[in-house]
Design a protein. Structure first.
Length: 336
């Protein structure tokens, strides 16, 4: 059997990543996907509806076909399953705002266009200011992150056997909750459970909004402030720590996890959710790239499941379990 030839295709794909990102962002901002929800359209008809010249639009549409965000039929351009689910603005699963925000962030472009400075000079620029209380960008993204976190919340609930209607009256705390998606999914299955959603004061309204949408608002309390100094109260049966570790240095994370384990009731658990950077796992490619971004932004990084297991054990967990799919997984530390 002959050895396949080595080609530069992976390099070409990476180098043209900005082009693909720009095409997606442009299509979202032009509302291309919204215009294709009812019937196929050709470039001329779509251009007339969008009030843009058809020549440039035709090139954009064909690029979207190549990227598999659109399909081309004899009747015209149509949505694919991915664009129909996530790029139509009327859908509750819409991620177009997320794409436009991330791809339009000049800070991230500055970091990556000169990434050498990050490595050689320790250059950092933080677009979110999360450790200082977050900013308007975080407030806008929190709503989109609920959509991305919902399947993980379901996976956690399945792993813990929190079946629909389960009468277990769990006391839960979601630290740095954002949209509080993990706790809210648990509440939707556990009618006797209660959740304390903790985050910065201007982030908590998003969690309250989703709690209302899911019909569980009467069982959600809020706790505003900096979780590094805040008294959590307790005890709790479950503490969620979702996408927090990559924002802080190792010492801060150690203090926080020890604090979370410390407010557990006997038999309780800490559920750590994050982008797991697993060595040798192709499915962790996003986590490794995310780690480069976090280091460029604020000098922090992604963690592996083994590192989180060790952290939980060092901070008092008596046993651990790993679940979920890559790149987003979860590690659970139990207190006997």
């Amino acid at each position: 059997m002959s050895t396949p030839p080595v080609t530069p295709e992976p390099i070409i794909q990476v180098c043209t990543g900005l082009w693909a990102a720009g095409v997606l962002k442009g299509a979202v901002e032009l509302h291309v996907f919204d215009q294709l929800t009812t019937e196929p359209r050709d470039a001329a008809g779509l251009g007339q509806a969008l009030q843009v010249p058809s020549e440039g639009l035709q090139i954009l549409l064909d690029a979207l076909v190549a990227l598999e965000f659109l399909a081309h039929t004899p009747e015209g351009y149509t949505l694919t399953p991915v664009s129909a689910e996530f790029l139509v603005s009327s859908k509750p699963t819409y991620l177009g705002t997320f794409a436009a925000e991330i791809l339009g962030d000049s800070t991230l472009y500055d970091l990556y266009s000169q990434y050498r400075r990050v490595v050689s000079d320790g250059y950092h620029r933080d677009p979110w200011e999360y450790r200082r209380g977050s900013n308007a960008l975080v407030e806008r993204l929190v709503h989109q992150l609920f959509i991305l976190g919902y399947p993980v919340g379901q996976a956690i609930a399945d792993h813990q056997e929190w079946t629909a209607g389960n009468p277990t009256a769990l006391r839960m705390l979601d630290v740095g909750c954002g949209s509080a998606v993990y706790g809210l999914v648990a509440l939707s299955r556990l009618p006797q459970a209660r959740l304390t959603a903790q985050d910065w004061p201007h982030i908590l309204p998003a969690a309250q909004e989703f709690a209302v949408q899911m019909g569980v608002a009467e069982r959600v309390a809020t706790l505003a402030g900096d979780f590094r100094t805040l008294d959590f109260g307790g005890p709790y049966d479950v503490v969620f720590l979702g996408h927090i570790l990559h924002n802080y240095d190792d010492a801060t994370n150690r203090d926080l996890v020890r604090k979370c384990v410390g407010v557990l009731a006997p038999g309780g658990r800490v559920v750590v959710v994050d982008f797991l950077a697993e060595a040798g796992e192709a499915a962790s490619a996003f986590s490794w790239l995310f780690s480069t971004m976090m280091y460029a932004a604020q000098g922090t990084r992604s963690w592996s499941s083994a590192e989180i297991v060790q952290l939980l054990q060092d901070c008092g967990a008596s046993r651990t379990a790993v679940g979920g799919d890559l790149p987003t997984g979860f590690v659970i530390g139990y207190r006997d």
